[in-house]
Design a protein around this ligand. Sequence first.
Ligand code: FMN
Length: 269
Amino acid sequence: MSAPEPDSAVSAAPAESGSRTLQMTLVVCLVCSVVVAGAAVLLRPIQEKNQKADLIRNVVAVSGLLKEGLTEAQALKRIDARMVELATGDEVKGIDPDTFNIVKAGKDPEISTELTRREDVAGIRREPRYLPVYRIIGANGDMKKLILPVYGYGLWSTMYGFLALEEDLRTVQGLRFYQHAETPGLGGEIDNPKWRAQWTGKVLFDQNWKVQVEITKVAIDSSTPEAQHQVDALAGATITSRGVENLLKFWLSDKGYGPYLARLRHERS
Ligand SMILES: Cc1cc2nc3c(=O)[nH]c(=O)nc-3n(C[C@H](O)[C@H](O)[C@H](O)COP(=O)(O)O)c2cc1C
């Protein structure tokens, strides 16, 4: 009687189950990646819609219209968004301000220009050629306020916000940041309503339309003429505070909205 043949099925089992496990893992990975990629593609329009809604909500919030008693829907009807070419101050047709992505635009070499170290007061490296501006329209169609997107580097992050100017294009209605990564409790206090409230009524230009703004660690003496241009620095966050001052100086200068503001002043004189 010959010796029994070795059981090939038994000896191949561990190798086969190993390859089955690998196959299953690959299938699960593939399915998962298709689901994740599909979800990302399908959800992108919803995300973009939400981002846009959030942006407009911030424009409404900084406009002061809600404080005047308007509902968000009523306030929205008073906002007239336009695209502006920064270098000339001309309004630009053919670009939709509602879908224009400020964050992306500032990084896209196609529609932004590099700033020299000297020019880059706000620490943004590149500047978009165009940006949206938001006019708040009064009952008779006149511009009552102007809202400008502003941004610049703090300590840890680029701080994106909106500056609302009163009809005189000199006085602040509000300053509000909607995206940054400064430290909560320190630089993150730029979101503190008490700090934000200090901005309302501050004057950002002198009589010759030279930018005047200072965020100061020294107690503000309200009896001095400088007080109208001054805001308290955030405690323990001098660098973030300086970032806010610098970004305002940049965006109100000729490198920022200067040409557009000059055009509006001229139109209204
Ligand atoms: C963990 C940590 C987080 C900080 N976050 C900020 C910040 O968000 N903004 C800021 O200006 N300074 C921040 N600082 C403090 C700065 O390092 C720096 O000391 C400060 O800006 C100086 O401001 P002061 O003169 O008001 O103290 C942080 C410090 C630490 C240790």
